[in-house]
Design a protein around this ligand. Structure first.
Ligand code: SF4
Length: 393
C-alpha cells in the first residue's frame, strides 16, 4: 500500500512510526493515550526491543489495514467529544514525518518521546488513580475492595532509573520534543540525571522539554539544566477555582500560591508556560470561573492565549462530563452559552447532541463520588451544589 493511501485513512497515526511513551507505572506504549501496554520497563523490558515487538507490529498492521486498533479508542472517543485527540495533536505538532509507512518494523527514529520517570505525585486529583499518582494508592486499595464494579486498576508506587532509557540515546537524531508528565515530574529528581545525559550527548540545544505539572514545586535543579535546551514549556493544570480546586486536587495549597510559585519561572529566558484544563464531570459548571481566573492572573512568560479545551477525561468513563443526566447537561449548556465564548462550542455541541444511554456510568459516578467523599471527609454538595445534590439525591 502506498504512503499516500495510508495517510488518508481515518485511522492513520504517526505515533507507532515516530514516537514512544513510558507511562508513570513503567508501561511502554506508542503514546500516552494508548489504552494497553506493549511492555514495562520495571519488568526489564528494553524500549528498543519493544519498539519492534509483536504488539507494536500488530498495531502498525491494524493501522495499515485501516482497522481500529482497540488501544486507540480513546483517541476516537475524544474526537467525538471535543473534536481533537492525541492522534490529531501529533500530526499538528510534527506534521507527517518522512517514513516508509508500509514498513511494519521500522528503525527507531523518534521525533517525540513521552517519558514519565515515576508515578510519584504529591497530589491525588479525583480524576487520577494510583497508576499515575502514588498518593492515590491507599484510597484505591479501599475503593477496589468496597466497589469492585468500578474496575479501578491498582498501581504500585514505582520510579525509573535513568539507565532504563539509555538505549534510546542512539535514536535521537530527529528528536524534537520530550514530554514529562508523571506523577508530578517536578518531584522526579532522576529525570534531571537523564537530562544531564542528554546535555553530555550534545543534542540538548535541539530539543524542547515539555512538563505537564501541577505547579506546586519547582526544583532547584532546573537552573542547571533548562538553559541548555532549545526551549522549555510548562503546561500547568488548573481544573477548578477556589474550593473546587482544593476539592479536586485534594487538600492542596490554594491556586493563588501556585501562581506565586510559577512567577519564579520568569528567570528562564527560554521557558514558556501554558495553562491547561482537563474537562470532566466535576468541573463542567466551573469552566467560566477557570477562564476568569487565568485572565486575572497573567504571568509574563505564560501564553496569553487562554486554554482551548483540548483535554478531557475519557477514562474512567464515569468521569466524562457526558455521563450527566439530561437535566444537568442542559444546565451546563445554559451556563456555558451565557459566556458567548466560542471556546465552549465543541463541549456545548457534545452536551446537546449526545443521546447515548449513560445511566450505568452515571450510577458508577455516584458510587465513586460518594465513596471518595466519605474517605476524604468532603461533601460534593458544598462545593458544586448542582452536581452534588443530584449525586446524593
Ligand atoms: S491512541 Fe491515538 S495517538 Fe496513540 S497510537 Fe492510537 S491513534 Fe495514535
Amino acid at each position: 500500500m502506498g504512503n499516500s493511501t495510508i495517510k488518508n485513512s481515518r485511522f492513520f497515526c504517526i505515533a507507532p512510526w515516530s514516537s514512544i511513551t513510558v507511562a508513570g507505572n513503567g508501561d511502554i506504549k506508542p503514546c500516552c493515550t494508548y489504552d494497553a501496554t506493549m511492555g514495562n520497563v520495571h519488568k526489564g523490558d528494553d524500549l528498543i526491543t519493544i519498539w519492534n515487538s509483536p504488539k507494536f507490529i500488530e498495531l502498525r498492521r491494524k493501522i495499515l489495514a485501516k482497522q481500529e486498533p482497540p488501544g486507540c479508542r480513546s483517541c476516537y472517543r475524544r474526537e467525538q467529544m471535543i473534536g481533537t485527540s492525541r492522534r490529531l495533536w501529533l500530526e499538528d505538532k510534527f506534521g507527517i514525518p518522512d517514513r516508509d509507512y508500509g514498513n511494519l518494523m521500522p528503525d527507531p527514529a523518534f521525533i517525540h518521546i513521552d517519558l514519565n520517570f515515576a508515578n510519584l505525585c504529591n497530589y491525588k486529583c479525583r480524576m487520577c488513580s494510583s497508576t499515575h499518582s502514588s498518593s492515590w494508592y491507599t484510597e484505591d486499595l479501599t475503593i477496589r475492595s468496597l466497589y469492585p464494579e468500578l474496575g479501578r486498576r491498582l498501581g504500585q508506587p514505582v520510579c525509573c532509573e535513568p539507565g532504563y532509557f539509555s538505549s534510546l540515546l542512539d535514536h535521537f537524531d530527529q528528536l524534537e520534543r520530550i514530554d514529562f508528565k508523571g506523577g508530578e515530574p517536578m518531584v522526579h529528581d532522576k529525570h534531571f540525571d537523564f537530562l544531564e545525559m542528554l546535555i553530555e550527548s550534545g543534542r540538548a540545544s535541539e530539543i524542547t522539554l515539555v512538563y505537564v505539572t501541577n505547579g506546586s514545586k519547582i526544583s532547584l535543579r532546573c537552573d542547571d539544566v533548562f538553559p541548555h535546551f532549545k526551549e522549555v514549556k510548562m503546561i500547568v493544570s488548573v481544573d477548578g477555582t477556589g474550593e473546587l480546586y482544593k476539592y479536586i486536587r485534594s487538600d492542596t495549597i490554594p491556586l493563588e500560591e501556585i501562581v506565586e510559585n510559577l512567577s519564579g519561572l520568569q528567570r528562564f529566558y527560554n521557558l514558556n508556560g501554558l495553562w491547561t484544563v482537563t474537562t470532566q464531570v466535576y468541573n463542567i459548571f466551573n469552566l467560566p470561573d477557570i477562564l476568569d481566573f487565568i485572565e486575572n492572573n497573567k504571568l509574563s512568560n505564560f501564553a496569553n492565549s487562554y486554554p482551548v479545551f483540548d483535554c478531557t477525561v475519557t477514562n474512567p468513563a464515569y468521569l466524562r462530563f457526558s455521563v450527566m443526566p439530561k437535566k444537568l447537561k442542559n444546565k451546563a449548556v445554559e451556563i456555558l452559552e451565557k459566556t458567548n465564548d466560542c471556546r465552549y462550542n465543541a463541549i456545548i455541541q457534545t452536551l446537546l447532541t449526545d443521546e447515548d444511554d449513560h445511566t450505568l456510568y452515571w450510577d458508577k459516578f455516584r458510587i465513586f463520588a460518594i465513596a471518595l467523599d466519605e474517605i476524604r471527609g468532603t461533601d460534593l454538595r458544598t462545593v458544586v451544589p448542582l452536581l452534588g445534590d443530584a449525586v446524593y439525591e
